[in-house]
Design a protein around this ligand. Structure first.
Ligand SMILES: NC(=O)c1ccc[n+]([C@@H]2O[C@H](COP(=O)([O-])OP(=O)(O)OC[C@H]3O[C@@H](n4cnc5c(N)ncnc54)[C@H](O)[C@@H]3O)[C@@H](O)[C@H]2O)c1
Length: 422
């Protein structure tokens, strides 16, 4: 890495903003300085100020005040909530900052296009948090597919098993439960998967269809005798989605990071008890104000003739994405770390263990968090946007697939994607 020091600021110092700041500081070997933060929550803002030695005049309660100041850094990480990405992206682009924007870009196609236009017109180096593209696993898998080892892809099948407690935490009780406050779940969560499938397929998607609903986490499924808060519920011990079990079991194992630190900062028995008695994460999963679906399937047609199917489900064991790719000369099975390839000609399996290349140094999401940050830093230092795998156009393309799929689900029809959107 060259020695140019990059000054970076963070808009929204919640879970992701802090994670990006830490990974920039750690991975850049001293070449990134975090020099500013905008965050309304005092505790979170102060934590950043102390951890990174941010001068007090560079700590703001609102990203708008930070964007109004004369430009004082090279790059900004925008990690506000989903529905609060467009305005800061436009404002910081206009000021001349390079931008790492968390996914999803924005909750509507119009806003996504506005962001793409703003960063293109202002010549920003721009990366979106599609971290899955940057993992050693994905890079190996892409290399195998592009080498022709499978022949031509005929079809692809991917399952995102969200995990029962993750569904309850994020998409029933938490930040992504309600579409009006964030975005629909296919965008909030599975934009990663649709983007990944598009990237691996390397072809243009021409049409999509989709089905899905909020089947389980609704009032009519609440067990008899249940209370609206787990701390007061007499049938809580029989419920797999009990907040008491999900959070206290982790705390008692000594875990204090995500998801516990989202429920309450610096969790202890007392603080967690209070948060579950009074806060959103202690609510019964059957009587929250959630409206995003708990399962959805998407079918895709590509211009090569290939097809793909995707399943998202919250009723599952935790957090594994399984993929099968069927080609004209072979088949590939991947589980997020091990890739197995069967060759039709030699009738042999080859196994690639992508854990062997230790990605733990690169941080969360299988090394994707660090891979993204390193690419962003590298692109700025070398003034070379091609280092970024999730730039404005490819991100817009896969977001438009997600919007089309959601439209297909709502309208119960096949939706064609215009060729001019790619
Ligand atoms: N790439 C990934 O894998 C991944 C994973 C999780 C979340 N995300 C995305 O990252 C983004 C942030 O998610 P999070 O989990 O960190 O959420 P969060 O709620 O922890 O963080 C958002 C922060 O923005 C702050 N904020 C609100 N108004 C603000 C304002 N006017 N100015 C500055 N800050 C303001 C909030 O106080 C909060 O601290 C979301 O878009 C989310 O979808 C991406």
């Amino acid at each position: 890495m060259s020695q140019k020091t990059i000054k970076m600021i963070v808009a929204g110092a919640g879970d992701r903003g802090v994670a990006h700041a830490r990974s920039a500081a750690r991975l850049s070997e001293g070449n990134v300085e975090i020099v500013g933060v905008a965050e309304p929550r005092e505790h979170h803002r102060n934590q950043m100020v102390e951890e990174f030695g941010i001068p007090p005049q560079n700590a703001f309660t609102d990203w708008r005040d930070m964007a109004e100041r004369e430009i004082f850094a090279d790059a900004v990480v925008i990690a506000t909530q989903d529905a609060m990405h467009t305005e800061p992206a436009e404002a910081f682009a206009a000021k001349g900052y390079h931008i790492l924007l968390e996914k999803p870009m924005a909750p509507t196609p119009e806003e996504c296009r506005r962001i793409t236009t703003a960063v293109t017109e202002n010549d920003c180096i721009f990366a979106v948090g599609h971290v899955l593209r940057y993992t050693p696993y994905t890079q190996k898998l892409k290399e195998i597919v592009d080498s022709g080892a499978l022949g031509e892809i005929v079809t692809m099948d991917r399952v995102e098993a969200l995990g029962y407690w993750h569904q309850a935490h994020s998409y029933v009780r938490g930040n992504w439960r309600n579409e009006a406050e964030s975005s629909f779940i296919l965008m909030a969560k599975a934009c990663h998967d649709i983007d990944w499938m598009h990237y691996i397929m390397g072809a243009r998607c021409t049409a999509v269809s989709s089905f899905g609903s909020l089947q389980h986490f609704r009032p009519e499924c609440q067990p008899e005798g249940a209370a609206d808060r787990c701390m007061e519920c007499s049938v809580e011990s029989t419920c797999p989605y009990s907040a008491k079990r999900i959070y206290f079991s982790r705390l008692r194992k000594g875990e204090t990071d995500w998801p516990l630190n989202v429920v309450v900062p610096n969790p202890t028995e007392e603080r967690l008890t209070e948060a579950l008695k009074t806060g959103p994460y202690g609510r019964c999963v059957y009587t929250c104000d959630n409206d995003v679906v708990d399962h959805q399937v998407v079918n895709m047609q590509f211009d090569t003739g290939a097809t793909a199917s995707f399943t998202l489900t919250g009723c599952s064991t935790a957090g594994h994405r399984q993929t099968r790719i069927f080609g004209t000369r072979g088949e590939l099975i991947g589980n997020g770390s091990i890739i197995k390839v069967f060759d039709f000609l030699t009738e042999t399996w080859t196994e690639h263990d992508t854990n062997a290349a230790d990605s733990s140094i690169l941080g969360g999401h299988g090394g994707g968090d660090g891979g993204l940050m390193l690419a962003f830093i590298d692109a700025i230092q070398n003034n070379d946007p091609t280092r970024i795998l999730s730039g404005p156009q490819e991100t817009l393309d896969s977001h438009l697939m997600v919007f089309a799929a959601e439209q297909a689900r709502r309208e119960g029809r096949v939706v064609a994607l215009d060729s001019d959107t790619h």
